[in-house]
Design a protein around this ligand. Structure first.
Ligand SMILES: Cc1ncc(COP(=O)(O)O)c(C=O)c1O
Length: 480
């Protein structure tokens, strides 16, 4: 390991670029439009403009807005645009972050420090959230020393059971979280009703619109029934919205907005008592390139409202086509009522496993994400139906139907594992490796087909899943 060293001599530009190109052959087939996850690709003409803007700001440093007022101007412009799309007013403030996860970490940091300042400086602050909240919230709790308090979710519609929130509020509650919508099922919580509770109890309320923030307002303009979810709702303190998702700019750009600067001040980290220059960081990273900010600024101006409405019409139409198509495939069902182009598909037949479906589709050149079973949902296929995917929906449905028929003909359910054996094996020093070997893995690699390992993980308690997934990732990131 670590045998790959800095080459003695430099390589030619052609060689380097050709190497990079060849590395891509192993990746999910996003460029074909047949991957329904990960990449929120803008149309080619927009991509060309965003790329140029991106490259033109590679060297500028976001670290110090007083030295790079052009970056400050662009950030203010972007914040103002997003605030206007999301019901903000003249008091709304915000920042650009590197992604949804960072926006969420910062919202929870602000809520924590607000709680410490105004309510209790020593208690462990509590976060009321549902298991449908993005994992980034649980990660933020882990990083920031906050206690997650789970509110039940209705297993029929995948919304937070709003009437259960009040009973969970106590003197340590620092923040309530809702999703608009959640990633797993594309379902939005009742933000208006939760806002009333937050207001009544005077509690910070964050709306996670990372995936929906730059989508739902345009869908509403096109006639979709989208209840209010953003800053115009009474009680909302902050909202996150990722421009690197349905803003269609390159990663890494998300926006965190606050109702007012009084709340945002808790986000800012300042340090002037070390030996170097004073650090005043509104976000987590200190030095960062201006490229993604310039790309986002260019992207918003290139599309304008009209551009976003067009993209929205395309994806809303393709999503409806997919949902209608699934209705015609026996044994499969779309769960809940997604408000946007995020769809979770369940199988009601044990011989038609979604994990097998994903593998069969992969062999046919598709990439469809799978979601393991959780407290409120069985295992599902998960699709983001993005503009580049729209042209493929009919073909995907055909292949999905065929895959279901193939599995029905084979009529074989996946193996069921003994959880006592799992617990016992994982308690042994060599147990983890034994389990990986069972699936043809050395602990840091995976077979081509994921079905067996997915089926196994799916049956495990979350704490056992976490042990295996952490071990795997620790082995995955070893140098060449
Ligand atoms: C609702 C929601 N919140 C947060 C995130 C996290 O965003 P990121 O991957 O940019 O950190 C996602 C990502 O898909 C999301 O869908």
């Amino acid at each position: 390991m670590n045998s790959y060293k800095l080459p003695k001599e430099g390589s030619s530009a052609e060689q380097i670029l050709s190497n990079l190109q060849s590395f891509k052959s192993q990746d999910v087939p996003w460029a074909t439009g047949r991957a329904f996850a990960y990449v929120y690709e803008p149309p080619a003409d927009a991509k060309a403009v965003i790329s140029q803007a991106f490259v033109s700001y590679l060297s500028e440093n976001v670290l110090d807005p007083t030295s790079f007022p052009s970056l400050l101007k662009m950030e203010r412009d972007v914040i103002s645009i997003v605030a206007n799309v999301l019901g903000g007013d003249s008091q709304t403030v915000g920042n650009i972050t590197a992604g949804g996860t960072e926006s969420i970490i910062l919202a929870l940091k602000s809520a924590r420090d607000y709680f410490r300042d105004k309510k209790n400086p020593t208690a462990t602050p509590e976060v009321i959230l549902a298991c449908t909240a993005h994992a980034a919230f649980f990660k933020a709790c882990h990083y920031l020393g906050l206690k997650p308090v789970l509110v039940p979710v209705n297993p029929q519609n995948f919304q937070i059971e709003t009437d259960k929130i009040a009973a969970l509020i106590n003197e340590n509650t620092a923040i309530i979280v809702a999703s608009a919508p959640n990633y797993s099922h594309g379902v939005a919580d009742d933000v208006v009703a939760i806002g009333q509770i937050a207001k009544q109890y005077n509690i910070f309320f964050h709306v996670d619109a990372c995936v929906g923030g730059f989508y739902l307002p345009f869908a509403r303009r096109l006639g979709a029934n989208i209840p209010p979810f953003s800053l115009e709702v009474e009680g909302v303190s902050s909202i996150s919205c990722d421009l690197h998702k349905y803003g269609y700019t390159f990663k890494s750009v998300s926006v965190i907005l606050y109702k007012s600067a009084v709340l945002r001040q808790y986000q800012i980290y300042t340090c002037s008592d070390w030996s170097g220059y004073s650090i005043i960081n509104p976000t987590v990273a200190s030095s960062k390139s201006g490229a993604s900010l310039a790309g986002a600024w260019a992207c918003l101006h290139y599309f304008g409202e009209e551009g976003y409405l067009k993209l929205n019409a395309l994806t809303q139409g393709a999503t409806q086509q997919f949902i209608n198509g699934v209705k015609n495939i026996p044994n499969l069902e779309v769960l809940g009522e997604p408000v946007m182009n995020l769809v979770a598909v369940v199988s009601h037949n044990p011989v038609v496993s979604v994990f097998q479906l994903a593998d069969i589709l992969k062999r046919k050149g598709w990439y469809i994400q799978t979601q393991l079973a959780s407290a409120i949902s069985p295992e599902t296929l998960h699709l983001n139906i993005n503009p580049a995917n729209a042209q493929w929906v009919a073909d995907l449905l055909k292949d999905l139907q065929q895959a279901v028929e193939e599995l029905l003909a084979a009529n074989q359910a996946l193996p069921v594992f003994d959880m006592n054996w799992v617990a016992e094996t994982l308690s042994q020093p060599e147990g983890i490796m034994q389990i990986f070997q069972l699936f043809g893995s050395d602990g840091g690699s995976l077979p081509d087909d994921f079905v067996l390992i997915n089926n196994f993980l799916n049956q495990l308690q979350p704490q056992h899943r976490n042990i295996l997934l952490t071990y795997f990732t620790n082995n995955l990131f070893v140098a060449s």
